[in-house]
Design a protein around this ligand. Sequence first.
Ligand code: CIR
Length: 258
Amino acid sequence: MKKFNHAIVRRPCKAMVEGITSAPELGKPDYELALKQHDAYIEALKQCGVEVTVLPADERYPDSCFVEDPAVVTRACAIVTNPGASSRNGEKYEIIDALQKFYPEEKIEYIQDPGTLEGGDVMMVGDHFYAGRSARTNEEGIRQFIEILEKYGLSGSEVTLEKVLHLKTGVNYIEDNNMLVSGEFTEKPEFDKYNKIEIPEAEAYAANCIWMNGTVIVPEGFPAVLEAVKKAGYPVITVDTSEYRKLDGGLSCLSLRF
Ligand code: CIR
């Protein structure tokens, strides 16, 4: 059941209070609380048997704790993305060193302009990678991404999305053919072959859970999702991500797992 050995996270920076958000009504994140929640997140990852590399906070990029977006990590290669949000684009340069500790130079690939891609739009299902075409990830980015995957014997396909920030904001694969789906993703025919676990609208935020070596990490405060994941047979760990939610960020956004 052990699939992941490593995770990379980046500490949130004080400037996170100026991060991008579609939900200003939730208020600004409380930085001290965000740090505590980050500690708990790292602990949860460690409990699932991975070694966690903690990158330092980077004040130049308010959203840089969402380290999932500037890279996609696979069993065969790492892909440095080209984030579509201009305030985040420079994060791609800051992830390279960390990737080089785990992947040889020739297995680190790059999405190039005019292609854009953010890791939150990529969902891994075995050796297949679904890529969401969003406001951040464009057609050319997905074309380059699939071309890179195919070079390594992996595959990819495009999924369109209209209502949410990233693909994994609304749909997440938790292995064993089980997929957590919410909103617009409940009806997507490409996901019909999976056992879809439908997330009620009121708990849509918690569609973003992560499978970690057999355990599913669920955001705290979403009882219906917690129950559904337990019912599907998984041991669970809950982590409070309230301060990251204020910036449209969830559990998957806070790490690269490989
Ligand atoms: C952003 O808008 O880019 C950040 N405030 C949230 C990024 C969330 N990342 C993710 O879903 N992978």
